[in-house]
Design a protein around this ligand. Structure first.
Ligand code: CUA
Length: 330
């Protein structure tokens, strides 16, 4: 029977017993620090559950044991001092919170301090996409890393505060405009994990997603080499279609005619435009180039001036490819 049709206790039990990504428990620990985080979390959870049951159990027990039974009871003098009891209720919690502090502090230091030999990747967040810059200059919308190698992320935002969050790794760190923040992790095995933005950053915050792809070390080198020259052998329009996806244009500009945060690109080339400053124009090569590099210079009527600049993030060859792609949508 479908568990959704069962009662709440059954559903709760089913969630507790599940081992997959939809279970009640933390997702599979895929980084070297995740185990440490989980141990502390479950330790605190266990203590909380133990004391919750103990206190609620005692409340219920005393409620029943000392309930009013009808007959008059003479008021008895209550105990006002017990050294042993007071030492116990001070000493035991002290030991417990100190253990939590020590575990938490060790884990915090470990999470904050990347190993010296870590491989460095630059992370740039902007509404509403991620880009990852590798030591050879390649920029990718996904984070590719080798397994078993510590990775240090040096992160910044081009606009508002975002937060880089990989639940599988138990890693979360804010990206702040105008300064660098860092995070590090070491993926245990090849595989994939999702990247979320965990700080509300505007309309498409919930779609600000990417993934980490973990390769075997030798395979990672090959991937990086091939990824760096991905445009070789592609027609400009095909390369433009790929750039449209990689650079995050897809978040705001549809290619099917529907309006998004920005105007659709379908049949846009050559079409007339009215701008918020009262002027008008036509979509041509120079207009597209200007829109990419100085998006605030001419904003189409009916849309907000929210497009980020791609100055320094697109070279001339890439801009030409995007223009070819937009032309191909007519
Ligand atoms: Cu970026 Cu939320």
């Amino acid at each position: 029977m479908n568990p959704l049709h069962q009662g709440a206790p059954y559903r709760a039990a089913a969630l507790l017993l599940r081992g997959d990504s939809e279970s009640f428990w933390l997702p599979e620990a895929k980084s070297t620090v995740a185990g440490q985080v989980d141990t502390l979390f479950y330790w605190i959870l266990g203590i909380s559950v133990f004391f919750f049951l103990l206190i609620v159990g005692l409340v219920v027990f005393f409620l029943v044991k000392y309930r009013r039974r009808g007959e008059e009871i003479a008021v008895q003098p209550s105990a006002h001092h017990s050294t042993a009891l007071e030492l116990a209720w001070s000493g035991i919690p002290l030991v417990i919170v100190l253990a939590i502090f020590v575990g938490g502090f060790k884990g915090f230091l470990n999470l904050r301090t990347a190993p010296d030999d870590a491989y460095e990747v630059q992370v740039t967040a902007q509404r509403w996409n991620w880009s990852f810059t590798y030591p050879n200059g390649h920029v990718d919308p996904e984070l590719h890393v080798p397994a078993g190698v510590p990775i240090r992320l040096v992160m910044s935002s081009l606009d508002v505060i975002h937060s880089f969050y990989v639940p599988d790794y138990r890693v979360k760190q804010d990206l702040v405009p105008g300064r660098y923040t860092t995070a590090w992790f070491e993926a245990k095995e090849p595989g994939e994990s999702r990247i979320y933005c965990a700080e509300y950053c505007g309309t498409s915050h919930s779609e600000m997603l990417s993934r980490v792809v973990v390769h075997a070390p030798a395979e990672f080198e090959r991937w990086l080499q091939e990824a760096a020259d991905w445009m070789v052998g592609l027609s400009p329009a095909d390369a433009g279609a790929e750039l449209y996806r990689r650079k995050g244009c897809v978040q705001c500009h549809s290619v099917d005619g529907s309006a998004g945060i920005g105007p659709t690109l379908k049949s846009s080339f050559g079409s007339p435009r009215k701008f918020t400053d009262g002027s008008d124009g036509r979509v041509d090569e120079n207009y597209i180039r200007q829109s990419l590099l100085q998006p605030a210079a001419a904003v189409v009527v009916g849309f907000d001036p929210v497009m980020p600049t791609f100055q320094g993030r697109l070279d001339d060859e890439e801009i030409a490819a995007l223009i070819a792609y937009i032309k191909s949508l007519n």
